[in-house]
Design a protein around this ligand. Structure first.
Ligand code: FBP
Length: 391
């Protein structure tokens, strides 16, 4: 039996009575009397939940529309993304049971072996965004080039996304996530299928998606872990919603997240240490002796190897996550458009920072869709301390 109901059933008659008086609908009274005697389960949850349960994501999106933080078209795109995340959450959870672990036998444009769930999650995101009728151009980590959406009904929003980040962790059931960023479509640059060649359409798509992060109108991620948590900002603070599988909806659990100004947790793949610049090595060594407060307690290392998992922890506990450039990959590993820019938008909205080591990631003008940049994010004082070694 669902514990929500259990708690109510076991409540003393007095509590029951006071609950009934609150709901004051005769049918509830009728039901309650019946249930206390016959223990028949009835939809107490909905009534109880509404008063006790946090704000459902769909309601929060409508509230943002009423506050003019977003328009109706944008609201529909966000609702669609939340549906895609629910589908991917269920797929990830059942991966081992449904034979969806392992490789897909193909490589993406970056030469990475695609996991089966990389391909499936990409299809889920592409289909959901296309069928929302509110996106004009979409660009994915798993697609060679941005795609112009023919089914556009309105809104023309541009959505860039990494459908399943950290997928190297999937087979070990370690946390993964989806990351996205939304831009307003460039009205001067709407692809015209009827008159333009595929090359012209593609060029316009690339122009639409290659916008600096500071043009983002919203960004978010969904973490698939012990809980499924969707974190989002539409430019008015950062909010977190946890998937309540009993209701099938994301429910607000984190209101206006603020990253602590500093934090003694660092999250780097130190396995690459020998390939780092002398400045970065000096920085990393300093963390072992207390960092900016030399001689104090050393920083703790935490590294899941999944950007979404490491970023989410850094948002809540503070500290710094970094994926630097190194001798082998001078521009690092992470992609500017659908990993670093959306996360930097969220970090800044939560009072933190997103840097490439020398400046704000949101200021960088993308030259290529799958461009990589060094990335450092988290507590504003920790990122500033790192930058002091990089300049
Ligand atoms: P994908 O988007 O291809 O999964 O790659 C990104 C990522 O997995 C991040 O989630 C993670 O932070 C990083 O790469 C881990 O890289 P490494 O294994 O080199 O430490």
């Amino acid at each position: 039996m669902d514990d929500g109901v259990d708690i109510l059933m076991m409540a003393s008659t007095t509590t029951m009575k006071s609950f009934v008086s609150k709901t004051s609908s005769s049918s509830a009274l009728r039901n309650t009397k019946k249930s206390s005697s016959s223990k028949r389960v009835f939809s107490v949850r909905a009534k109880a939940g509404q008063s006790e349960m946090g704000t459902p994501f769909s309601t929060w999106v409508l509230q943002q529309e009423m506050k003019d933080n977003i328009d109706n078209e944008h609201a529909i795109v966000l609702q669609s993304i939340s549906v895609a995340c629910k589908q991917i959450a269920s797929l990830v959870q059942r991966a081992g049971l449904a034979g969806m672990t392992g490789l897909a036998g193909e490589q993406n444009v970056q030469g990475e072996d695609q996991k089966k769930l990389d391909v499936i999650s990409n299809d889920v995101f592409c289909d959901t965004l296309r069928l929302s009728g509110r996106t004009g151009v979409i660009a994915s980590e798993e697609e060679d080039v941005p795609v112009a959406v023919e089914e556009t009904y309105g809104g023309n929003y541009v959505c860039v996304f990494d459908p399943l980040d950290g997928s190297s962790n999937i087979d070990a059931a370690v946390s993964t996530g989806s990351i996205w960023g939304i831009y307003a479509g460039d009205s001067q640059c709407v692809p015209d299928f009827s008159s333009e060649s595929p090359a012209e359409v593609e060029a316009k798509c690339v122009q639409n998606v290659c916008q600096p992060g500071e043009n983002l109108v919203s960004a978010g991620y969904c973490m698939y872990s012990s809980s499924t948590i969707l974190v989002i900002s539409v430019g008015d603070g950062v909010f977190g919603f946890t998937l309540d599988s009993a209701v099938g909806e994301f429910i607000m659990t984190h209101e206006r997240i603020q990253i602590p100004k500093s934090g003694k947790i660092y999250s780097f793949n130190e396995g690459n240490y020998d390939m780092w610049t002398p400045g970065l090595k000096q920085y990393m060594d300093s963390l072992k002796t207390g960092g900016k407060e030399t001689g104090t307690k050393p920083y703790s290392a935490r590294y899941i190897g999944s950007l979404v998992g490491d970023f989410h922890r850094t948002m809540l506990y503070g500290g710094i996550y970094g994926y630097p450039g190194d001798a082998k990959n001078p521009t690092g590993k992470l992609r500017l458009l659908y990993e670093c820019a959306p996360m930097s938008f969220l970090a800044e909205q939560a009072g933190g920072a997103g840097s490439d080591g020398t400046g704000r990631v949101l200021k960088i003008n993308p030259e290529k869709v799958h461009q990589r940049v060094p990335f450092f994010t988290g507590s504003v004082e920790e990122v500033a301390y790192l930058e002091s070694f990089m300049k």
